[in-house]
Each structure stands twice: as structure tokens, then as C-alpha cells.
Design a protein around this ligand. Structure first.
Ligand SMILES: *Cc1c(COP(=O)(O)O)cnc(C)c1O
Length: 463
């Protein structure tokens, strides 16, 4: 392994240098990929293996740089990266204490702390899932089994109904399909002008379904909607769920990490009233992908839905330390260690700073946009998604051109009838200057390509 570690170091240094000089890689057109890079596998060993690897690494999109604003993750937290490198090196599987040893404690400590922070009782527990979509899936399965225990053995027979906002993540209908509930049994609750679920609208839909003989069993509230970063109002939603005995899940994949900030945790006020809650540490906490946590008040349901006896696997120690008993997977990588190395090294106070920094960067961006007449703003205060258009240029064209010219990585989204650029200030390693630099690059790029964009704008206006 010594040689590979040296190679790793060499590649890492080349990558860091490249990230500094060219924060955005020139994209390889997908149709030319296999001509431009030696990716094809052959019968014989690659004689230029190291060169091939280096080329692959240096042509891969750079998600850790100060010009990557494309997704709901970004940056490279060194402490968390160290943890993930160690997890790979140790290569445990988290299903049993016998195989994972103290790493089980690492995972349990994170879960315990999160349950405590959000005010869940002693009866709570959780696990790590392979991503936010799968965390939502686990929540829906627990809700289904809590609704009727024998679904686990006999399958879904009733017409079960899911409620989620029109602005929620696409994994909700997808999970309904995977679970045998069906996409058509998902009701999309209307949102207000800020993209938050309207509780009264939820109540009306539930009552209608009950009248029709259907069975409402799951409400998904979102803490940070994927486009606008809006927070559904948990307290009134919980009241409605309690009234009708429906499981309330809070999908905090994007912004659930506000629980770490005294300044911003009010955005998830009432979270302790939810039945389950999920959060992606690979989003706001900046740990490497993936690091998704799902917790529930009802340890009983986590066990009921996910435990399975397996004599060949569970041979020592109690269920409390054999984490496979509450997991959706069998073999499972250690996603906890990277979050633990971060948390342990900076403390909860350090996690709070990461969250606060992202909101401060969003404020910098929002203020800049509001101060400059060429911009139209579409997002709201207290969101790390800053949505805007510049000089009425169609967002899709602008974002794609910026990417193709290797200027900036930024995406677009839409809310109601507007499409806009979505700048996500999720990389806490960025400074105020980095955010202002984003606008400088964007404006310079538009100026340099003025004619192209002017034509696009006039085409759009004629439509
Ligand atoms: C990102 C996101 C998800 C999905 O998480 P993955 O880890 O990408 O599967 C779910 N819900 C919301 C609100 C998200 O932003």
C-alpha cells in the first residue's frame, strides 16, 4: 500500500494546485468522453496506469472550489475528509459490534446527540442511510408499519395516502412507488408565496381522503425545500397529524442542520413533535458524500420495520450494539466517522459556526442583488438558496454557458412561473469575497458575450 499512498499524495497535491489555478474544469463533451480519456477496460494491464489516473482526476468536475455553487453540497472540510479516508482504510461494516467495534460507538454517539438536541425522548434512536432519499424511504416504511403492523407480513392492501408539499423533494413520490403505495396516492399540498406548506390546505385534503374511505398515514414536512430553501411550519402541521393519528416526518436533508445553530434553529421550531427527522451531513455540514442520518422518537418502529434475524450474522453482543438490526442495508460503509472527526475536532460550537457562516454568505449575496438594478430576486431571507435573474437572461442559458466556458458551476431552478439562477452558499469555506467574486465573474462573462445574450433575451420576450 506504501506505493499507492505516495501516489495518492502526489495526485492530491496536483489536484489542489489545479483547483487553485482553475477552479472550474473545462467540461469534456459527453459524446467525446471515451475518445478524450482512456477509460476503456482491457484484457491486458494498462502500461500507463498512473498517467491515466492523473488525467481522470484532473478532468473531473471540481466540487471543492470557491466557484462551485451548483448543488446542495460543496467545499472540502479537511477534518471530515480525514475521517472518510480513515473509514476507507479501516473498511469495517457497520452491521455488528464484532466487525465494527468502537466505530459502533462513534455512530451511536452522533445519533444520541442529535436526538437529544432536537428534544426527542429516551425512546428515540436512528441510523445512517445511503442518502436523504433513502432516509425518507425508511421514514415512510416506519409510518406504514406503524399504521398497520401486518402490512409487514401481508403487504399493502388499503389505499394508503401520503401528503407532501408541491415544493418537496422528488424522492417522496418515488418512495411511494417503491413501497407499493403508488405515485397516485401522493397528495401535493399547496404552498404559500414563500414556498411553505399551508397547514389548512393539508387539513382539507386529509378530511377529503377520510371521507372517500382512504387511509392517510404519512405527512412529509420539509426543512429547507430543494429550490427555495423554505421551511414548512412544523407546529401547526403536527397538530393536524396528531388529530388524525398520522406519522409526521421532517425531511431536513438540505437544511436540517440548522439544529446546530442557536440563531437559526427557530426555523425548525416544533421539531420535537415530529415522529421522525432526517438530515444530510453531506449538505450543510460539508462532510464528504454521503452522510445521511434518520432519527425517530419510536425506536420500537425502527426495530419493527428493519430488523431481521440472521444466525450467520448476529453472533455476539446485544442488539443495541449490532447496528444491522436497525438498518436498511446488510453490509454498510462507515458514514459516521467523517462526521464524528469533524464534530469531535471543532465541537458543537464549531458546527454552529459552519451553519451561521452559510447564512451570512447568503445575506451578502442577497444584499448585493438587491443593491444592483440589473438583478431580479426570487428567494427570501433566511435561506442559503439565493435565487435571481440577471438582465432578464434566461437562467438555463446563462448557467449552461457559464459551465461550458468553465467560468462558474451554478444551477437553475423554478418556483411557480419563474425560472431563475440558484446560488447556493453551502460551502462554509467560502468568504464574503468569494461570493462577491461570483457576481464579478458572472457580470464580466455577460458583458463579454453581450450580443449572444441580447439575442436570447429578445427571443424570450417574443415568446
Ligand atoms: C437533497 C435532498 C434530498 C435527497 O437527498 P440525497 O442524499 O441526495 O438522496 C431529499 N430531500 C431534500 C429536501 C433534499 O434537498
Amino acid at each position: 500500500m506504501k506505493h499507492e499512498l505516495e501516489l495518492f499524495n502526489k495526485l492530491a497535491h496536483k489536484l489542489f494546485e489545479a483547483e487553485n489555478t482553475n477552479p472550474v474544469t473545462k467540461p469534456l463533451p459527453a459524446v467525446e468522453l471515451f475518445e478524450q480519456l482512456d477509460i476503456k477496460l482491457h484484457n491486458q494491464p494498462d502500461a500507463n496506469f498512473e498517467e491515466t489516473i492523473e488525467k481522470l482526476v484532473l478532468n473531473t468536475p471540481r466540487t471543492a472550489t470557491r466557484l462551485f455553487f451548483n448543488q446542495l453540497f460543496g467545499g472540502r472540510n479537511p477534518k471530515a475528509t480525514l475521517g472518510d479516508l480513515l473509514a476507507v482504510l479501516l473498511n469495517n461494516s457497520m452491521y455488528t459490534y464484532k466487525v465494527a467495534g468502537p466505530q459502533v460507538g462513534v455512530e451511536k454517539e452522533i445519533l444520541h446527540n442529535i436526538c437529544e438536541m432536537i428534544g426527542y425522548p429516551e425512546t428515540s434512536d436512528g441510523t445512517f442511510a445511503p442518502g436523504g432519499s433513502m432516509s425518507n424511504f425508511m421514514a415512510m416504511v416506519m409510518a406504514r408499519d406503524a399504521f398497520k403492523e401486518n402490512i409487514r407480513t401481508e403487504g399493502v392492501q388499503d389505499k394508503l395516502i401520503v401528503y407532501t408539499s408541491a415544493e418537496s423533494h422528488y424522492s417522496i413520490p418515488k418512495n411511494a412507488a417503491l413501497m407499493g403505495v403508488g405515485r397516485e396516492q401522493v397528495r401535493y399540498v399547496a404552498t404559500d408565496a414563500f414556498g411553505k406548506m399551508i397547514p389548512e390546505a393539508l387539513d382539507i385534503l386529509i378530511k377529503k381522503d377520510i371521507e372517500d374511505g382512504n387511509h392517510p398515514f404519512f405527512v412529509n414536512a420539509t426543512a429547507g425545500t430543494t429550490v427555495l430553501g423554505a421551511f414548512d411550519p412544523i407546529e401547526p402541521l403536527s397538530e393536524i397529524c396528531k388529530k388524525h393519528s398520522i406519522w409526521l416526518h421532517v425531511d431536513g436533508a438540505y437544511c436540517g442542520s440548522v439544529i446546530f445553530s442557536t440563531t437559526y434553529k427557530h426555523l425548525v421550531k416544533g421539531l420535537e413533535l415530529s415522529d421522525s427527522f432526517s438530515v444530510n451531513a453531506h449538505k450543510m455540514m460539508g462532510t464528504p458524500l454521503t452522510c445521511s442520518i434518520i432519527v425517530t422518537q419510536h425506536k420500537k418502529h425502527l426495530n419493527n420495520s428493519f430488523s431481521n434475524d440472521a444466525a450467520y450474522l448476529y453472533q455476539t453482543d446485544g442488539d443495541d450494539y449490532n447496528l444491522g438490526k436497525t438498518s436498511i442495508q446488510c453490509g454498510r460503509r462507515n458514514d459516521a466517522l467523517k462526521f464524528w472527526t469533524l464534530w469531535k475536532s471543532v465541537g458543537t460550537i464549531g458546527l454552529e459556526k459552519i451553519v451561521d457562516q452559510q447564512f451570512q454568505l447568503a445575506e451578502v449575496a442577497l444584499e448585493y442583488i438587491k443593491d444592483h438594478d440589473d438583478y431580479t430576486v426570487y428567494s427570501f431571507d433566511k435561506s442559503i438558496s439565493v435565487c435571481f435573474n440577471y438582465k432578464n437572461i434566461p437562467a438555463q442559458h446563462l448557467c449552461t454557458a457559464l459551465y461550458e466556458h468553465a467560468e462558474l458551476m451554478v444551477g437553475y431552478g423554478s418556483f411557480q412561473e419563474n425560472e431563475f439562477v440558484r446560488l447556493v452558499t453551502i460551502n462554509a469555506g467560502n468568504s464574503k469575497e468569494d461570493i462577491l467574486n461570483f457576481f464579478t465573474i458572472l457580470e464580466r462573462f455577460v458583458e463579454e458575450n453581450e450580443e449572444v445574450f441580447a439575442e436570447l433575451v429578445s427571443e424570450e420576450q417574443q415568446m
